[in-house]
Design a protein around this ligand. Structure first.
Ligand SMILES: Nc1ncnc2c1ncn2[C@@H]1O[C@H](COP(=O)(O)OP(=O)(O)OP(=O)(O)O)[C@@H](O)[C@H]1O
Length: 600
């Protein structure tokens, strides 16, 4: 992957956010495959520059008459990739900018279009895996923000949407939401814990996709696959001046975007694929939805039908609506087989590519604004209106309501309605923010930015630098041990903490026993002392494991309390040494038992 500096990428998103832009369209030729070589096919396309290709003039004896008689046109696109171009170059040119702007709150879609066996899956697989790596690289290099990722994956098979993150491949209904557009009801949105986790989920989804063999492709995708990454990010919690005055911590705006990676099924000619039975049925559905996609593109570009774009003609176009003429940056890689026998199909693909190039999108940065102040204003206005109405009613007595009174009442209900809308949106945003706390992904440098990493820990008279204890917390639910206990309110109350040094030599230096130090969190008070410094921590979901930084202030006090509890003598000594340090930052791996009736 090509490096893109943070400044460059910020400039990129600012530039994108301020104007409409055409869909980026590239064409990728694949090499002739063995079967094509065996049947003495020639490559019938000639890449004339980085952005253009032309039908070769020498066509051999296998080209159909209809193809020769047409004009030999030169096609120009944003980029033309020859059969020799490697996948990294394709990713860098076609997808990288979209992935990076996705990390900055701008929706993005990258999809591959082309006839069956032209190389769509080959292309999208590498774009998805490079894109995912780019996402994590971006998180790593962006210490100023915290990120939360969710992944969803679905396929449209025979015009039925199926959830690819579920083993059962459950079917999913598409609903029309007035604000969010087309929504897949109940589609699994899996929170992402790490790069490896995400790669695994994508691999699992791909194995669930419908694949079948026909004459042109032994592993032909029989469905359109959509992998969607939802990216939320924010500046870590910092009290704003207004919040400090009111004593409430507020968060800066939340950036929210989705990145869609779409691997379409390929258009098919029955004479070419030799499909029958189930394959034929699949092929019909595939061709129909691609036809609907073509109609949408034509309607968006012919200058006449923009008032009615037939997005609703297929599930594919409903799902892609925002990516075609809407709030998203879109790139299409059109894949083409170079073989003469596919010339007609390749020309159709290039025709689609040329039309798609004319579609204009209008991407913007999606920021969830803090509207607390707006709600306060509404509340003040409502109070004023209510007071004015009460006075007017008192003065009017039993007389029929005057026109002015009616007008005021209408205005009041309008303002109340508006406030309810804002409050609902705010509540939704807050829910998202709370959720964000659970799966925060951060740059490692963020955790050490305050210099604590290099503080000196006095351990047995020796200085130990850079000592972040890596600690693993093994949850033990108190209800498992103490029957009849009441559920507690503190998120992790009752969990047992085992602090153990990561490396044995470090354990030895710190004077810890090989067995993990065992600290019982025995009360709410104990827990609040422990959790006081947990930055932005809001609980974890059942069965989930997460990594987070725990800042434990006032260890001295905690140590005093703990010495009265169940610490062994040895670990008690080592805790005394910790206690010399006013502030220790621990890297924790937390996992919450399943089920745990403590937090919703
Ligand atoms: N650029 C390329 N370089 C090398 N091999 C390629 C390239 N593109 C495609 N192939 C190979 O060609 C074959 C068909 O590719 P692929 O399955 O990606 O086609 P497709 O367009 O997704 O087909 P379908 O629509 O039938 O699913 C595969 O074996 C793939 O590895």
């Amino acid at each position: 992957m090509q490096e893109m500096s943070n400044e460059a990428s910020v400039a990129l998103s600012a530039e994108v956010a301020s104007k409409s832009e055409q869909i980026w369209v590239g064409v990728r030729l694949r090499p002739l495959n063995d079967a094509e070589k065996r049947s003495r096919n020639n490559s019938c396309w000639h890449v004339t520059s980085a952005t253009s290709l032309k039908q070769s003039e020498v066509l051999g004896d296998r080209v159909s008459k209809s193809s020769i008689t047409g004009d030999i046109t030169t096609y120009t696109f944003d980029r033309v990739f020859s059969a020799e171009t490697d996948s990294t170059t394709v990713y860098n040119d076609a997808a990288q900018r979209i992935v990076i702007s996705g990390m900055q709150g701008i929706n993005g879609t990258i999809f591959a279009y082309g006839q069956t066996s032209s190389g769509k899956t080959h292309t999208m697989k590498s774009i998805v895996s490079s894109g995912i790596k780019e996402v994590f690289e971006h998180i790593h290099n962006t210490p100023s923000r915290e990120f939360l990722l969710h992944i969803a994956a679905m396929e449209i098979y025979n015009e039925v949407c199926r959830d690819l993150l579920k083993d059962s491949g459950a079917s999913v209904r598409l609903l029309d939401d007035p604000e969010r557009g087309t929504v897949a009801e109940g589609l699994t949105e899996e929170p992402v814990r790490s790069l490896e986790h995400l790669l695994q989920l994508v691999a699992d989804a791909e194995t669930r996709r419908q694949v079948g063999a026909h004459a042109l492709n032994r592993n032909s995708s029989r469905s359109h696959q959509i992998i969607r990454l939802t990216i939320e990010s924010r500046i870590p919690n910092k009290p704003t001046p207004a919040a400090s005055a009111g004593g409430v911590a507020e968060c800066s705006g939340l950036l929210l975007s989705s990145l869609n990676f779409v691997d379409l099924a390929g258009s098919e000619r029955y004479s070419g694929t030799g499909a029958n039975g189930q394959r034929l049925k699949e092929g019909c559905h595939i061709n129909q939805s691609l036809l609907a996609l073509g109609k949408v593109i034509r309607a968006l570009t012919d200058g006449k039908s923009v008032a009615h774009v037939p997005y609703r003609d297929s599930k594919l176009t409903r799902i892609l609506q925002h990516s075609l003429g809407g709030n998203a940056r879109t790139a299409i890689v059109c894949t083409v087989s170079p073989a003469i026998e596919h010339l007609d199909q390749s020309k159709k693909t290039l025709g689609f590519a040329a039309a798609a190039k004319m579609v204009v999108n209008c991407a913007q940065v999606n920021e969830v604004q803090d509207d607390k102040a707006l709600i306060l204003r509404y509340q003040a206005e409502i109070a004023q209106l209510q007071e004015a109405l009460a006075i007017a009613r008192r003065q009017g007595g039993a007389a029929p309501a005057s026109a002015h009174l009616q007008e005021q009442e209408q205005h009041l209900s309008k303002v109340e309605g508006e406030m309810r809308g804002v409050a609902a949106a705010r509540e939704q945003a807050e829910r998202r923010l709370r959720n964000l706390n659970n799966f925060i992904l951060r740059a490692p440098s963020m955790a050490s930015s305050d210099g604590e990493r290099n503080q000196t820990l006095p351990v047995r008279g020796r200085a130990l630098r850079g000592s972040w204890a890596r600690t693993s917390w093994q949850p033990q639910h108190p209800l498992a041990a103490k029957e009849g206990s009441q559920p507690q309110s503190s998120p992790l109350y009752g969990l047992d903490l085992r602090a153990s040094w990561a490396a044995p030599e470090r354990r030895a230096r710190a004077g810890c026993s090989d067995a993990a130090d065992h600290i019982s969190v025995a009360s709410d008070e104990e827990w609040s002392s422990l959790s006081a410094g947990v930055a932005g921590f809001g609980g974890i979901l059942p069965g989930e494991t997460m990594l987070l930084d725990l800042v434990v202030p006032g260890l001295r006090e905690r140590r005093r309390r703990q010495s009265k509890t169940s610490l062994s003598k040895k670990s008690s000594e080592s805790m005394r040494e910790y206690a010399q340090v006013p502030l220790v930052r621990l890297m924790l791996s937390l996992s919450r038992p399943h089920p745990l009736p403590l937090i919703s």
